[in-house]
Design a protein around this ligand. Structure first.
Ligand SMILES: NC(=O)c1ccc[n+]([C@@H]2O[C@H](COP(=O)([O-])OP(=O)(O)OC[C@H]3O[C@@H](n4cnc5c(N)ncnc54)[C@H](O)[C@@H]3O)[C@@H](O)[C@H]2O)c1
Length: 353
């Protein structure tokens, strides 16, 4: 028999020392019991690990097969989200891609709201849409101004109603080499391209959560996947939108708000005047209507990430695997992206009224 010291705390917090005696049989029993508990825990972990692995493998196979099969199913046979009667807000909706989105969305019988800083362009668009027999709601909103965004979000809720689909499309580009970009323009680029996405989402997401449905679309850029020459501000602001989009998605998923969809659209150069003067050699600029049509399809399919053209995602992804020197060689000698940006026009402020 052996004496074992056991230390306890009594009510006064003073250490008391007790002694307990175990027989040899009891000691063996205790050791056997602790071995049994350890083995039991290990076995349980192995079994749950194997079950987890089976479930994950099965789901991986299922999701891959689903994605593969969906690629070959014609759109006419697929269930796409209906836009009829939905209230859709398009920021920067008076120009370029935004305008194309608006003129198409009204044809789906959606209630379309346009926010833009360019009042003249917005009035012109409203007139054109009305001539075609449709109606839009326009508001002069400067997306670089957080308070204005919040103010007009309240006005929209009162005057038009709950926003079902928010399309963060407004964007600006300065297009200057890093040291030539005025400080205020760096700030403004981030305010319009990135921060406005935070403020609009903060303004409209709570109601989407309350109603258990909604959709937030962000128009990013391929420069948000590959830093481009003369785009330190623009590329940075677009990278940030991807981080915002992916991060918010994980939060919504974790909180099981699965009925709220997020879509990121990352296009190549678009022929809207934003990158006027650029001469991309890899492939000609996209037409705004192509990007608008693809964006609407991505919304209706509830896609999470959509690059335009689709192949660009795989080409740009190579940068993660190739040696940096080869990466630069391809950018400079094959895609000739830096050369394409060198001829870009100087930045002009978006016109107000
Ligand atoms: N043009 C391209 O080559 C290209 C490529 C990839 C991604 N994109 C992105 O696509 C989106 C649309 O670009 P686009 O080519 O149609 O541009 P665009 O310049 O033709 O249109 C942008 C619209 O945003 C509005 N806008 C600008 N600043 C604003 C502000 N402070 N407040 C409110 N509205 C403001 C403008 O008035 C204009 O109507 C942008 O997010 C852009 O970054 C463009």
């Amino acid at each position: 028999m052996r004496r074992l010291a056991v230390e306890n705390l009594n009510g006064n917090g003073r250490i008391m020392t007790e002694t307990k005696e175990y027989s040899a049989t009891q000691k063996v029993q205790r050791i056997m019991y602790s071995i049994y508990r350890t083995l039991h825990k290990i076995a349980l972990r192995i079994v749950t690990g194997i079950l987890d692995l089976i479930v994950i493998l099965w789901l991986s196979f299922y999701y891959m097969a689903e994605a593969f099969i969906l690629m070959f199913i014609p759109l006419s046979l697929r269930t796409l989200k209906s836009l009829r009667g939905r209230t859709i807000l398009v920021t920067g909706g008076a120009g370029g891609v935004g305008q194309e989105l608006v003129t198409r969305l009204v044809k789906y019988k959606a209630k379309v709201i346009v926010w833009d800083v360019n009042e003249k362009a917005m009035a012109k668009l409203k007139e054109k849409v009305e001539q075609d027999g449709y109606k839009i709601h326009t508001y002069a909103v400067d997306l670089s101004d957080r308070e204005m965004i919040y103010k007009y979000a309240d006005i929209v809720k009162d005057e038009v109603g709950t926003v079902d689909i928010l399309i963060n499309n407004a964007g600006i580009v300065c297009g200057q080499p890093f040291l030539d970009i005025p400080d205020y323009m760096i700030e403004k680029t981030y305010k319009v391209n990135t921060l406005s996405c935070y403020w609009t989402a903060k303004a409209f997401l709570p109601t989407m959560i309350k109603h258990g449905s909604g959709h937030i679309v962000t128009i990013g850029s391929l420069t948000g996947l590959l830093g481009a020459h003369s785009c330190t501000d623009y590329s940075g602001s677009k990278y940030a939108t991807i981080g915002f989009h992916e991060s918010l998605w994980t939060e919504l998923k974790t909180k099981k708000y699965s009925a709220i969809n997020l879509t990121m659209v990352a296009p190549y150069f678009i022929n809207t005047g934003m990158f006027e003067g650029c001469k991309p050699t890899y492939s000609p600029m996209l037409e705004p209507k192509v990007v608008a049509k693809r964006t609407i399809l991505a919304i209706r399919r509830e896609e999470f990430f959509c690059s335009v053209p689709a192949s660009s995602l795989y080409i740009l992804g190579l940068k993660n695997y190739l040696p940096t020197k080869l990466n630069w060689l391809l950018q400079y000698r094959v895609l000739r992206l830096p050369q394409a940006m060198k001829t870009m026009r100087k930045f002009q402020e978006p016109q107000a009224a």
